[in-house]
Design a protein around this ligand. Sequence first.
Ligand SMILES: Nc1ncnc2c1ncn2[C@@H]1O[C@H](COP(=O)(O)OP(=O)(O)O)[C@@H](O)[C@H]1O
Ligand SMILES: [Mg+2]
Length: 232
Amino acid sequence: MSGVANVRAQALRCEGLQRYLGQDEARVHVLRGVSFEAERGQVYAIVGPSGCGKSTLLYLLGLLDKPDGGEIAIDGRPMSAIGDEERTAARCRHIGFVFQFHFLMPEFTALENVMMPMRKLGRLTPAQMVDRARSLLASVGLEEKTRRLATQLSGGEQQRVAVARALANEPTIILADEPTGNLDVRNSNLVFDLLTRLAKENGQAVVLVTHNPDIAKACDHVRPMRDGLFVS
Ligand SMILES: Nc1ncnc2c1ncn2[C@@H]1O[C@H](COP(=O)(O)OP(=O)(O)O)[C@@H](O)[C@H]1O
Ligand SMILES: [Mg+2]
């Protein structure tokens, strides 16, 4: 494969990520030089015991937090040198998040929740945003429920809205932190299948943290983590 094609397929790369959290004697060396690459159209499971640094890593990769050392590049572009405004823009443009608890805005409808990232990005007209949000909700099987408030949806439905919202801006990478951790088996499988199928169709990289061995097994790559490092 040529170098250029390689760069194009690569959605995300991080090298030597270091992160300390906490103050003084409570200071913990949470990430000890983590390196990782994610390609478009591939699904990566990060697995490991509670406290090994999985969420901390996802926060860094999602540009929600800054490393104390190391580099993150998204779509081939290094993120360390850019200012806060550009980081926010890059996050909005390139990253879709799905968390364990959906974090939908309860006072808004499913449709409005999915439109939220599009509003932030500001590239579509309001009518285009409505169209796109409708079609995303249809793709997660919720075309009948676009006008429901988030609170009027079941747990599985709320997480499907969260998946639609993560896809809203056609991100480069989808980061999911135990996205099925709060769901029963049937809904877990449904949400996982939707997330991975849609991301693959769109050529997005998916990086997900999971404690569910069946879900990890269904991913293209499994990366076990211990004490702030990937282990083989
Ligand atoms: N704000 C913080 N201050 C101090 N330590 C923290 C903070 N946040 C997380 N940690 C510690 O960092 C380690 C990794 O946390 P986390 O990334 O949430 O782990 P995981 O998601 O793998 O369960 C844990 O030991 C946790 O206690
Ligand atoms: Mg965690």
